[in-house]
Write a protein that binds this ligand. Structure first.
Ligand code: HEM
Length: 118
């Protein structure tokens, strides 16, 4: 079970890299207001959701560890907001700097919550 948890955690981190990396590629376009949602962002956000939910199941199924429901619930709500923004704008040629900035901020906020909320 622990190997499965570790594999899912690796994929969870790959998802963060894809979501945040996709956002970072749009940083210079963000200043001019002609950034867009790149596939790495949609795929990364979906990967976060799938691996996150699977991690909850695997951790809950183990006998020695429990998830912090308030922390996971907060991360889930933030990720759903990110998903709404990336999915809703994925076909647009240009995405406003506010939307792109919000995606970047919310992603970094979730990383901070994951690491600092103990
Ligand atoms: C952008 C969104 C997200 C980011 C940046 C993120 C980030 C992270 C990071 C850095 C870790 C490793 C540190 C730790 O163990 O706390 C982690 C673990 C975890 N994440 Fe996420 N996460 C996100 C979304 C989610 C969602 C939506 C869920 C569940 C619905 C979730 C469930 C979990 C669980 C259960 C663990 C702990 C695994 C363990 O105890 O070994 N995450 N996340």
């Amino acid at each position: 079970m622990d190997v499965l948890r570790q594999i899912l955690l690796v994929l969870h981190i790959v998802g963060i890299a894809s979501l945040l990396g996709g956002f970072l590629t749009q940083m210079s376009a963000l200043r001019t207001g002609d950034g867009r949602i790149v596939p790495a962002m949609t795929h990364g956000a979906l990967t976060m959701l799938v691996t996150g939910l699977a991690l909850v199941g695997v951790v809950q199924a183990g006998l020695d560890k429990d998830v912090d429901n308030a922390k996971i619930g907060t991360k889930l709500v933030i990720l759903l907001a990110i998903l709404l923004l990336v999915w809703g704008n994925r076909a647009a040629d240009r995405v406003s700097s506010k939307v792109l900035g919000a995606i970047g901020l919310l992603t970094v906020a979730n990383i901070a919550i994951a690491v600092m909320w103990t």
